[in-house]
Design a binder for this molecule. Structure first.
Ligand code: SAM
Length: 227
């Protein structure tokens, strides 16, 4: 699986992508993450990639030409356009969820376009990207964090990425977990915070049953009714 990220801040990715699961997956060549500096595709002497918005208003807009050139160049290295997906990060895009992440994990290549400033020339959404994705209903300063979120979420679904200590759990099956101490004393004269008894008794069926119910109850408590 190839992730190609088009960004004006490639150096923002290094420390996160160089740790833990993603680092191992890259080392094992299960995934490949390539960071492309958008400025590299600028035809401007000063490597400018933005300009003022038509119609006026504050801030700058990432221009169509460097993005279009960058995406073309990246896709030129693809075996099949159909197996590649070009994604533009946008706060008004479709919200990323587990079903989308699974769907995206079936592509061979994801090209991730990170916006900045006041956003990206709309022709990128209209003509260059296959879809626009948001990671939540709030506005960030750029698409770099959304790209890292998407890479990690998708990579977890790529066979071989998770090691034996990590599990590919679904949001719905995400049950509460505890570790030692069995009885935690938060302070003097305070009640002890205990681990549920069922987890201490070694009855695996009872534990599985408890975990299923506890996962449902937790989701319902945080998000309302679960279907
Ligand atoms: N009004 C602009 C728009 O709708 O694109 C906001 C631009 S925002 C300050 C700069 C860039 O950050 C966006 O172009 C997008 O790439 C990224 N971004 C910000 N919030 C995001 C979110 N919640 N999900 C995905 N990308 C986001």
């Amino acid at each position: 699986m190839h992730f190609d990220v088009l960004t004006i801040f490639p150096e923002a990715f290094g420390s996160y992508l160089g740790e833990s699961i993603l680092k191992r997956a890259v080392q094992k060549k299960i995934i490949r993450i390539k960071l492309w500096d958008l400025r590299f595709f600028s035809r401007d002497r000063h490597k400018k990639v933005d300009d003022r918005p038509y119609g006026g208003g504050p801030g700058m807009v990432l221009a169509i030409d460097p993005i279009n050139r960058g995406v073309k160049r990246i896709l030129a290295g693809s075996r099949s356009r159909k197996k590649s997906r070009v994604i533009l990060f946008s706060p008004s895009g479709r919200k990323l969820d587990e079903a989308m992440v699974k769907r995206l994990s079936r592509y061979e290549r994801l090209v991730l376009i990170c916006g900045r400033y006041e956003g990206v020339d709309e022709r990128v959404a209209e003509r260059v990207a296959d879809e626009e994705i948001s990671i939540g209903d709030y506005v960030l300063s750029g698409g770099e964090l959304p790209a890292m979120v998407l890479i990690e979420a998708v990579a977890r679904f790529v066979p071989g990425v998770l090691g034996k200590y990590e599990s590919l759990e679904a949001v719905k099956g995400s049950y509460p977990v505890y570790t030692r101490p069995e009885a935690f004393v938060p302070g003097k004269k305070q009640k002890v915070w205990k681990v549920p008894q069922v987890l201490l008794q070694g009855d695996h069926r009872a534990i599985a049953d408890w975990r299923r119910k506890a996962a449902e109850a937790k989701l319902a408590k945080n998000r309302g009714k679960v279907d």
